[in-house]
Design a protein around this ligand. Structure first.
Ligand SMILES: [Zn+2]
Length: 79
């Protein structure tokens, strides 16, 4: 599940991040802008990253396409 990090104090929102990227981004933001403390109104916005809008979406699409190609080869081999 992709997430966006939002800091209401700074009024900034990140791009789509995976779980590890989110944690890193949040820590970096807290360290850089809030002296390592958690701002009161930070949020994680969950959703699905739009396809092809960033590296994650494109990578997932390529994976799905690869699986479909393999399946179609297997299907043809059977017939
Ligand atoms: Zn902030």
């Amino acid at each position: 599940m992709a997430k966006k990090y939002r800091c209401g104090t700074c009024k900034t929102t990140s791009g789509w991040l995976d779980s590890d990227e989110f944690k890193t981004h949040r820590k970096t933001h807290r360290d850089r802008f809030h002296g390592g403390d958690a701002p009161d109104d930070e949020e994680s916005l969950q959703g699905t990253a739009p396809m092809f809008s960033n590296g994650v979406g494109a990578r997932e699409a390529a994976l799905i396409l690869g699986i479909l190609i393999v399946l179609s080869y297997m299907w043809e081999a059977k017939g």
